[in-house]
Design a protein around this ligand. Structure first.
Ligand SMILES: NC(=O)c1ccc[n+]([C@@H]2O[C@H](COP(=O)([O-])OP(=O)(O)OC[C@H]3O[C@@H](n4cnc5c(N)ncnc54)[C@H](O)[C@@H]3O)[C@@H](O)[C@H]2O)c1
Length: 415
């Protein structure tokens, strides 16, 4: 088969690789010419796709900026961003732009699949009419389906191949085409009644995480008041072999998905006069967590007789989660800004993030930075950092990830 992928980001590039590795020809289309140039030279910008993986696929994975290269594809999968606007409403401009361009080259018999996370109804009500501007009818002249991407960057125990794939087509024939397409790269494909169920299933997965993370973050704030170690409590509850699923507190939620996707559903719900409480409440608590953490650093400095103003504050880990370099919506950025506003001299160390243009900083060398700081805050706990060394080398350590559990030291404060 020849497959087109529109949007070669964290989702699109691993997908393109999966199809190419399965022996298919892949046309990878992206609007970012720097990404295309990098790929043409065999350089990947996605950590889960090392350069060495791209090298043997050169003949099968062709990066392009031209939509007409999609004409010869049997299937085209759309993986463009779905962010929020400034007023926290769905921003579908990337999707509508991609759809408009795709409509100009759409061919009878092609299968189009949307993978971008979005609210239920997007595929049928938004994407289909745009594609039909081609003069072709969705479900009759071309097939259309939604299939959510469930990738978790940095995770190695589950891959595109081993994570069951959900598909929902506009018609039964659309679903069957989508099922056959993904059966080429996934061990299990689950066909749903339509795109709406598939769109909402993805949102349920992410909102489930958002709500539970908010709940345990709120518990961490309460434990702080009560003087109880939240990590001991979570560890204890997690010994129950049934009826409990572990979520860890932290500095707040980041990434392209969890802080954003729930508001897609809240928007759709409001259109129907329904105001979902869980989503808004979880969003409120999770958004407030970085401010709570900045204040925790302020209190720790205060206990050491130091004001934030003029203190050297070292943030350890600035990506939104361990093992990856993605800083989108990272709580570390908010913590850094809040402490800077108070006059703190903020620096950072992150082996995955060499530069942080948002703050005008580069990653500092760990040992001298630990020796020079007034406080080191563990914001994202990359597994390659030695936290015993952190605890012994820094004068004061605030741990938002619980990785210093088991270390007893007077200079150590945990969330
Ligand atoms: N990153 C994740 O972990 C993850 C997981 C599951 C689902 N998703 C969802 O997948 C979608 C894509 O996310 P991502 O993280 O891959 O985003 P990304 O920003 O990493 O990649 C999107 C790519 O699309 C390109 N693009 C934008 N507009 C385009 C257009 N009109 N034509 C062609 N290319 C265009 C961008 O240049 C970029 O390379 C989003 O809806 C996201 O919510 C992401």
């Amino acid at each position: 088969m020849k497959i087109g992928i529109v949007g070669l980001g964290y989702v699109g590039l691993p997908l393109a690789v999966a199809f190419a590795e399965a022996g298919h020809g892949v046309v990878g289309l992206d609007a970012d010419s720097r990404k295309l140039e990098g790929l043409a030279q065999g350089h990947s910008y996605v950590e889960d796709v090392p350069d060495a993986v791209l090298a043997p696929l050169r003949d099968r994975l062709r990066p392009t900026g031209r939509h007409r290269d999609l004409v010869s594809c049997e299937a085209v999968i759309v993986c463009v961003p779905t962010p929020l606007t400034g007023s926290r409403e769905p921003d579908l401009t990337y999707l509508t732009d991609a759809g408009t361009e795709l409509a100009k080259v759409l061919q009878p018999g092609q299968l189009i699949v949307l993978e971008s996370t979005t609210y239920p109804g997007t595929t049928r009500e938004r994407l289909a009419p745009i594609l039909e501007e081609s003069g072709l009818s969705a479900g009759r002249d071309f097939h259309l389906a939604f299939s959510p991407e469930r990738i978790d960057p940095g995770r190695t125990d589950y891959t595109v191949k081993t994570t069951p794939k959900l598909v929902g087509g506009l018609t039964e024939a659309c679903s069957e085409r989508a099922r056959d397409l993904y059966a080429e790269i996934c061990d299990e494909v689950i066909v749903l009644s339509g795109p709406e169920a598939a769109e909402l299933a993805k949102l349920l997965e992410n909102i489930f995480r958002s709500v539970n993370i908010a709940f345990v973050n709120e518990l961490a704030q309460l434990c702080d008041r009560l003087g109880i170690d939240v990590w001991e409590v979570v560890d204890a509850a997690a010994t129950k072999p049934f009826g409990f699923m572990r979520f860890d507190p932290g500095p707040g939620m980041g990434g392209h998905c969890l802080p954003i996707d729930p508001f897609y559903l809240a928007f759709k719900a409001r259109e129907h006069g329904f105001y979902p409480e869980f989503i808004e409440l979880a969003g409120k608590i999770n958004q407030a967590q970085p401010a709570f953490c900045a204040e925790r650093i302020e209190r720790a400095l205060n206990s050491a007789g130091k004001p934030v103003k003029g203190s050297k504050i070292l943030l350890l880990g600035v990506s939104y989660k361990a093992g990856v370099g993605d800083t989108r919506e990272s709580p570390a950025l908010t913590i850094a800004r809040l402490l800077r506003e108070l006059g703190g001299d903020v620096t950072y160390h992150d082996p995955h993030v060499p530069e942080l243009p948002e703050l005008g900083l580069s990653s500092a060398d760990l040992e001298p930075a630990l020796a020079a700081c007034d406080v080191a805050a563990i914001v994202t706990a990359h597994p390659t950092v030695d936290y015993e060394q952190v605890a012994t080398s820094a004068p004061l350590v605030v741990d938002f990830r619980g990785v210093t559990r088991g270390i007893e030291a007077k200079n150590l404060v945990r969330l």
